[in-house]
Design a protein around this ligand. Structure first.
Ligand code: ATP
Ligand code: MG
Length: 537
């Protein structure tokens, strides 16, 4: 028969628009600080954002931007990022946010999906975008977020705001978007781990449903004046969710435009950070780096981890080292409005090698299906994880074929991830279907082998992939970053895995020592890059 888990909503999710919700909160929290730039201490208050974003919204409308038009941002994290983002939300336009590190090819591809009419650029991205724009089939206007554009015909945001008339920002109203589940809010790019990023369309309802749940005391318990440290890239769903959650609760975002080890630790102490939304590579850093012992983490109430698998040993080491009781490990994907499952305070079970990802948030139906027959499986059986519910994306923008491949006839979204649920509905993710190593008849999870390797004290970081092999199809091979000063050998590591795991998981493909594991900004291992680094036999 199989098991379908249902978490009913405890209270209905908001029916207003994100624009309305944000305007209300920014007004309410007025002169209080909303954003702090961790690099230089610059600040923006709720009122500051309100004034500037309403002015920019007026500018957009005067320049012909209408409900449903797309506005893009291609910039690293910065305080000003939220000005065009909020303005876009108020007027019912749709925000497309991009990784500033995209290549020309990636920008070209992604711009062609969303077809924005305006794009906000930074010094880092403006030249590349300016080069691409003349070859596109529609007109895009560039606006520079930094004060010094390289070309004289590009206006800066500052200049626009200085020239815009004062507005009655207290009486300002967001555009009526009608049913909030039918109107797109953002086109977010998935991380591009398995191919080119996809343009995930999320509605106002999708993200409001998420943030109204996640901020509650039983989840992240984000309270007015709490302090959230955010180095996660703003363009990504994880940070988008956190930014909205902070505005929604009147908490303070301390932001970084890139992760810097010492600054990250300094900021936690300086601002008495209460919430740390992290990804597994940062937990590995917290578990293993000597610097960490010098810092005080007592202010941290919630440490969240997601976006990639978290090894139990790493989680345990972080907890004892920084003196935090539990880690909120979670699972999600952009297509599920960022998070579907999140650990409560008691969901941990140390007998497993990978941390659990908790039960689903209210408003989700979840199940696991057989990879071949698509039959719904029982508790404990491993298969593809599927979801239904109010947080499911509207679809991939301008790509109904890809949407049909992901959301089936009955409305189930197929995640492409393999895992299983325990009898309480607590999810354990095994691996991505696409990344499983096919050794003879077995499907081997690289994550499981990585978890074992990470428990070795001489291993600073690792990634495992399938090395093509004539006889067996693929054989597991490990890339290893050694802890400085250690002299561990290939043989030692192969023996270590042999002692702990069954034969199909042994490192028959060998071990390669490297300086760093390639990962994308959301902390995911770029296995495609490692495939290209396999030494030729
Ligand atoms: P793309 O879809 O473009 O290849 P992506 O899937 O990495 O990229 P995201 O939407 O950012 O893009 O990430 C969602 C994926 O991240 C999930 O499908 C899953 O593979 C992985 N993931 C998220 N949380 C966890 C977790 N706790 N444990 C294991 N994997 C996770
Ligand atoms: Mg994906």
């Amino acid at each position: 028969m199989g098991k379908i888990f249902e978490r009913r909503l405890e209270r209905p999710s908001p029916t207003i628009s994100v624009g309305q919700a944000i305007l209300e909160k920014l007004r309410e929290n007025g002169d209080e600080v909303l954003l702090i730039d961790g690099h230089n201490g610059n600040q923006m208050t709720n009122k500051g954002l309100l004034e500037k974003s309403v002015k920019f919204a007026n500018f957009l409308q005067k320049n012909g931007i209408k409900i449903g038009d797309r506005i893009a941002i291609a910039s690293e994290n910065r305080i000003d990022w939220l000005i065009p983002a909020c303005a876009t939300f108020y007027i019912g336009a749709i925000l497309a946010s991009y990784n500033p590190l995209y290549t020309e090819y990636e920008f070209q591809y992604l711009l062609n999906i969303a077809k924005p009419r305006i794009i906000l650029v930074s010094q880092r991205t403006e030249r590349l975008i300016a080069k691409i724009v003349p070859n596109l089939s529609w007109k895009i206007t560039l606006i520079e977020l930094d004060d010094q554009p390289f070309a004289t015909d590009i206006r800066t945001l500052k200049d626009i705001l200085n020239n815009e008339e004062a507005v009655d920002f207290l009486g300002y109203k967001a555009v009526d978007i009608g049913d909030n589940s039918k109107h797109p809010l953002v086109i977010l790019c998935s991380s591009g781990t398995t191919g080119l990023p996809k343009g995930v369309t999320l509605s106002h309802k999708n993200l409001l449903a998420f943030i109204s749940k996640i901020t509650q005391p039983e989840y992240l318990d984000i309270r007015h004046r709490d302090r959230i440290l955010l180095f996660l890239p703003f363009f990504h769903g994880y940070a988008t969710g956190m930014l909205l959650a902070c505005m929604y609760t009147g908490s303070i975002i301390v932001m970084m435009s890139a992760f810097e080890q010492e600054l990250f630790l300094d900021l936690i102490q300086k601002y008495k950070i209460t919430h740390l939304p992290l990804v597994p590579p940062i937990l590995i850093f917290l578990a293993k780096h000597p610097l960490v012992d010098k810092y005080d983490f007592r202010s941290v109430r919630e440490l969240v981890c997601g976006a990639a698998p978290l090894a139990m040993d790493v989680a345990a080491a972080v907890k004892s080292r920084i003196g935090i009781k539990y880690i909120r490990n979670g699972y999600g994907m952009t297509e599920l409005s960022v998070v579907s499952n999140l650990c409560g305070r008691e969901d941990e079970d140390e007998s497993f090698e990978n941390a659990a990802t908790g039960v689903s948030l209210p408003g989700f139906l979840s199940k696991v299906v057989d990879l071949e027959t698509q039959e719904t499986l029982d508790v404990g059986q491993v298969g593809e994880i599927c979801y239904m519910g109010e947080q499911l994306m509207m679809g991939y923008w301008n790509n109904s074929e890809a949407t049909r491949q992901t959301i089936d006839h009955d409305g189930w979204l197929h995640t492409g991830d393999v895992g299983y649920f325990d009898d309480k509905g607590n999810l354990r993710v095994v691996n991505r279907i696409k990344e499983l190593i096919k050794y003879k008849g077995y499907q081997v999870s690289p994550t499981e082998i990585e978890t074992v390797l990470l428990s070795h004290p001489a291993v600073k970081d690792t990634a495992v992939i399938g090395r093509p092999d004539e006889r067996s199809g693929e054989i597991p091979m490990a890339f290893i970053v050694r802890q400085p000063g250690t002299t561990i050998t290939v043989q030692d590591l192969q023996d270590f895995v042999k002692q702990k795991l069954s034969p199909q998981k042994w490192l028959r493909g060998g071990v390669q020592f490297i300086d760093a594991i390639p990962k994308n900004p959301s902390g995911k291992i770029l296995r495609r890059e490692l495939q290209a680094m396999i030494p030729k036999l």
